[in-house]
Design a protein around this ligand. Structure first.
Ligand SMILES: [Ca+2]
Length: 470
């Protein structure tokens, strides 16, 4: 059932009734003939999209949770006469270091993409952008799903037949949280590169900063880029195809120390590769350890862009300086034991709140829910091994996990999106390559054209995972 309006006039909506949620903060706007180009990096889990002349209604809601001081904004965007009878919830992403819930500029563009494809689109700012906020962690996400369905029903006279969640990074975590805690909120969840181990990732991201501070030596970005290039060159052929993409990162073990002193192109000059660059790369790949060698968390993917580790920033001359110091926290003076203590405190304080690694998805499954997750195998922000580890843990509880939850590892891809690597713009297919649902991997047949999809097949043989040594 579709509502058709005689003319695309804002005043047509003056008499529109949105009976529930009956909220004092609600407002209705009407946008016509909206056109925009939306890159695939923005409309995450989708391909790029040219939006032309989209017309839709924007219902804005604001509310507060009882006995809390939050103030949550939700928007529901409703296609006027092109509704596909489905709803899409759009989550946070990479923007803002992963601390955004929704309704920030990229997310708004993704809403436009969804509404242009016919979905009723819903997003929430969770009332907050701070990681310790409960609403941010979970509750507001379910609120938004309920409100979106309710507003859609008021507008179209029927509830959406299906509802989907789409997000990456923080938005991927939100999707997994919804599956774990609110199994009825969405029928389908595309939760990519999910920040499910937020408490661990947060402190692990500073491990390389800690190591560099101990060395009191900070590599230049050109040195780190050089190490990434050399690693890719060394490991490229291990998957059977010399295509500049390392598909089997578990076989890729590269000794950076052997390159110390090598000539590295750096702008219009050449520098010698420093010991700190070599150590920093290895530290990034290994992840944090205690002084006794106890592994705290996994490192970033071995072929990831080391200049994109999120605690790093570079001064104009290309030297790594680390994030600006917080006034109350001087990372430079942190000892190894203090680092370990901070790691454990982060886990203790945040894991129960925002940790999203509950492996019991049985309710979600019983509800008929489906999850698709991709994770780039060159992710410098969130180690792909965390997602793999979670998927394996779910599989131990439910051997039939792949009937409703599939993981696609995307070779060469950075965090959520990168210019190189296999971005699944339509999950399962990217250009002329295939992505295979874990535990399968794309294997080159050894004789076909390496750029042709027909030269690859999915195989589950010869899998030896070394990322799950925790
Ligand atoms: Ca390769």
């Amino acid at each position: 059932m579709k509502i058709r309006y005689p003319s695309l006039q804002k005043q047509v909506l003056q008499g529109l009734s949105i009976p529930y949620p009956a909220l004092p903060g609600a407002s209705v706007d009407f946008l016509t003939d909206v056109s925009a180009y939306i890159p695939e990096s923005v409309y995450t889990n989708h391909g790029r999209l040219n939006v032309t002349d989209a017309s839709f209604c924007v219902v804005s809601l604001a509310y507060t949770h009882t006995n809390q001081t939050d103030f949550v904004n939700v928007q529901v965007w409703l296609p006027i006469d092109t509704w596909n009878e489905r709803m899409m919830g759009l989550g946070g992403g990479r923007e803002g270091g992963g601390f955004n819930c929704g309704l920030y500029p990229d997310n708004i563009m993704a809403m436009l993409g969804a509404v242009a494809e016919g979905y009723a689109a819903v997003s929430t700012d969770c009332g907050h952008t701070m990681e310790q906020d409960v609403g941010f962690a979970s509750v507001s996400l379910n609120d938004a799903a309920i409100m979106g369905r309710s507003v859609a029903e008021s507008f179209y006279g029927m509830q959406p037949r299906y509802s989907y969640w789409s997000g990456c990074s923080q938005g991927g975590r939100q999707g997994m949280m919804l599956a774990q805690r609110y199994p009825a909120a969405y029928d389908g969840i595309a939760g990519s590169s999910p920040a499910i181990n937020w408490a661990e990732i947060l402190v692990s991201g500073f491990w390389t900063q800690y190591v560099m501070n101990q060395l009191d030596s900070y590599p230049q970005s050109c040195e780190l880029d050089y190490l990434t290039r050399m690693t890719v060159r060394y490991c490229d052929g291990m998957d059977g195809v010399g295509d500049g993409i390392v598909s089997n990162i578990d076989s890729c073990h590269f000794n950076t120390l052997g390159l110390i002193g090598m000539h590295v192109p750096c702008g219009n000059k050449t520098v010698r590769l420093s010991k700190s660059a070599a150590i920093m790369a290895t530290a990034a790949w290994q992840g944090p350890f205690t002084r006794n060698g106890v592994h705290l968390w996994m490192g970033v993917d071995v072929v990831s862009n080391l200049t994109s580790i999120w605690s790093s920033q570079f001064s104009p001359d290309g030297t790594c300086t680390g994030l600006p110091k917080e006034p109350n926290f001087d990372l430079e003076s942190v000892t190894h034991d203090e680092y370990v203590r901070i790691f454990h405190e982060s886990v203790k304080e945040y894991k129960s709140l925002i940790g999203t690694d509950n492996t019991d998805l049985s309710e979600f499954r019983q509800h008929g829910g489906k999850i698709l997750t991709f994770h780039g195998l060159a992710d410098p922000m969130i180690p792909s091994g965390g997602t793999l580890r979670y998927h394996e843990a779910v599989a131990r509880k439910d051997p039939d996990v792949r009937s409703f939850y599939r993981l696609f590892e995307a070779p060469g891809l950075g965090h959520c999106w990168s210019p190189s690597g296999l971005y699944p713009s339509t999950i399962g297919v990217k250009q002329d390559r295939i992505l295979c649902p874990y535990p399968q991997r794309a294997v080159y047949d050894g004789h076909g054209e390496s750029s042709s999809m027909d030269s690859y097949f999915c195989s589950a043989e010869d899998l030896a995972f070394h990322r799950n040594d925790l």
